[in-house]
Design a protein around this ligand. Structure first.
Ligand code: SF4
Ligand code: ZN
Ligand code: ZN
Length: 326
């Protein structure tokens, strides 16, 4: 019986990439994704100066794949990688994530791995408890806390950039949402590399910018890396992003390569556009970026705990970094 063969070795193909007109076996598929990420890093100059990257690894498929791929490219690109995991206090889900991250780090013999627990910074609370106390959705508080703590860690290790696992589908779904509902200024930040703010915020790099979500899943399965398969229990049902992803997948089905073309077009559309984020000041408590002189994290924690916890977070993270070096 006829079976499709890998373009490179003639073995039975396990994947057919229609947009690239490529049939690949498992081994050559993994190599293909690694080389795609390498090209993205070079094409968009994702690592500019020190080559030190803080890789934010959640234990989900995308950031685990990102870690695995960057680790494969580490020597070739002369990268220095610091793994950072934030335990968000989302019950058993967060425990599973932490276990997956620790397993991945030990599989790769990757060091240092810095693990920070939300509960040690927010006195005994995880993200859901903090969200309840401030009367905001768990996801919006979670996003703000993650951004803040990642930036603190990246500043402390003097990283050139924070690498996150956003894939093509994530970025396009968010971009379409902002286009329809407003918030274009946030889309401007979702390019493969978003510059930081001198002395205040570290740049963001998105090496999986041109890797589709289905491709990261297949990479995670074929490379047998540990990752948490289930969704976060706090993830909203049928979010606008999910609807956009369905639409984008239907478009891709009908016209292979559409998502890639749209992602590249997006970069050329926003390149040179002025950010309308406005003036950014150092927080008077913790020194992190803010609009008003007090950052979101210090404002939230002052309201709930009666004191800004930014300085405590900075101290805890610095201590963990020192500890990881011993
Ligand atoms: Fe945080 Fe919401 Fe993502 Fe869960 S789904 S990890 S609560 S942002
Ligand atoms: Zn092959
Ligand atoms: Zn602050």
């Amino acid at each position: 019986m006829y079976s499709v063969r890998c373009k490179y070795c003639g073995k039975r193909a396990v994947v057919s990439l229609r947009y690239a007109m490529l049939n690949l076996c498992g081994e050559h598929y993994l190599n293909y994704i690694i080389s795609k990420v390498e090209k993205t890093i070079k094409r968009y100059r994702l690592v500019e100066r020190s080559k030190r990257l803080l890789v934010a690894v959640s234990g989900g498929k995308d950031s685990s794949v990102l870690t695995h791929v960057l680790w494969s490219l580490k020597s070739k690109l002369d990268l220095e990688i610091v793994l950072f995991h934030l335990h968000l206090g989302l019950g058993e889900y967060s425990n599973k994530q932490e276990r997956a991250v620790r397993e991945l780090a030990s599989l790769l013999a990757a060091r240092p791995l810095i693990v920070v627990y939300a509960r040690e910074i927010l006195p005994g609370d995880g993200i859901p408890e903090l969200a309840l106390k401030v009367g905001r959705s768990t996801c919006s508080v979670c996003g703000a806390v993650k951004r803040y703590l990642m930036n603190v860690a990246a500043m402390a290790v003097r990283a050139d950039a924070i690498a996150t696992g956003h894939n093509t589908d994530d970025i396009l779904a968010y971009f379409l949402k902002n286009l329809v509902f407003g918030g274009e200024e946030y889309s401007l930040k979702l390019t493969p590399r978003t510059e930081g703010l001198d002395g205040l915020a570290i740049a963001r790099a998105r090496p999986l910018y041109e890797v589709y979500e289905r491709e990261t899943l297949l990479y995670a399965i074929l490379s047998k890396i540990p990752f948490v398969h289930e969704e976060c229990p706090f993830r909203p049902e049928r979010s606008i992003e999910e609807v956009n992803k369905d639409y984008l997948n239907r478009l891709e089905e009908r016209a292979p390569g559409s998502k890639l073309r749209l992602a590249r077009r997006f970069v050329s559309m926003v390149t040179g556009s002025e950010s309308t984020i406005g003036e950014v000041l150092a927080c008077r408590y913790c020194g992190m970026p803010s609009r008003s002189g007090v950052c979101t994290f210090c404002r939230l924690t002052s309201r709930v705990y009666g004191e800004p916890l930014g300085p405590k977070a900075v101290d805890i993270i610095k201590a963990k970094i020192l500890e990881s070096k011993t």
